[in-house]
Design a protein around this ligand. Sequence first.
Ligand SMILES: Nc1ncnc2c1ncn2[C@@H]1O[C@H](COP(=O)(O)OP(=O)(O)OP(=O)(O)O)[C@@H](O)[C@H]1O
Ligand SMILES: [Mg+2]
Length: 259
Amino acid sequence: MTSNDKFQTKVNPPVIICVSSGKGGVGKTSFTVNMAAALAHNTKKILLIDGDLGLANADIMLGINVRHTLREIIEEDRDPADILIEVSPGFHVLPASSGVPEMAALSYEEQAFLTSTLDGIISRFDYVLVDTAAGIGDSVLWFNNWADENIIILSPDPTAMTDAYALIKILNTRYARTKFYLVLNNVKNQKEGREVFDNMSAVLDRFLQIRPVLLGEIPQDSNVARAVRQQKPFYLSAPDSKAGRALTAMAARILDQKP
Ligand SMILES: Nc1ncnc2c1ncn2[C@@H]1O[C@H](COP(=O)(O)OP(=O)(O)OP(=O)(O)O)[C@@H](O)[C@H]1O
Ligand SMILES: [Mg+2]
């Protein structure tokens, strides 16, 4: 990473990081809740927005009870401060569990209201992480375009690679996004992760003239599934696991403290 990176230099106002994948079930929510926990552990003020408007589950992975959601900000003019849930000191979640209409279903005024409300909420945080839905639906594209930085999660599965490519292509051609960080999840080892990254990188360079940045690899690790069942981030319950160490290294990269 260069010293010009927003990850390093843009701490105030917050850095908005959107996490997407194209294909479902590749580990977006798991990555996002653990990255949020890791950054919060580094005494940063973190807001995790559950942007999976249809099937929100960041709250489940964190074991928190949701009372109010984004929908009520839009429909009932509820104070956004009522909606935020403090998971631990400095780590807040903006939940969306009871379902928020897709951005396309909102009127222009509602969209503008939501954007300005979110812009108001995020100002007191250092990092805002958005966990999006799978696919290339309207809310996924909207959150990716709203963010400063785009992280794309993919696994060695060829369909995860084609879906990640499809998402990057649409973000590039429709919204002129050019900078993408890739996270290779569920890899057998670092070597497999590098191979997947190199393949993806070659395709992106050839067809879209995009050179992605490797944020890191997360190995296949039974601690990840166990942490989901325990409703606690593996970064906290198993910090020395393979996945825990991978998260620590990636958080350090985001904070630009060389691991
Ligand atoms: N590195 C890993 N090692 C082992 N299991 C993993 C790993 N990463 C994710 N998983 C498993 O994959 C499952 C799906 O992960 P997760 O819910 O984070 O994916 P997602 O991309 O958010 O899915 P969706 O598209 O449905 O939102 C988790 O329940 C977890 O058990
Ligand atoms: Mg998810």
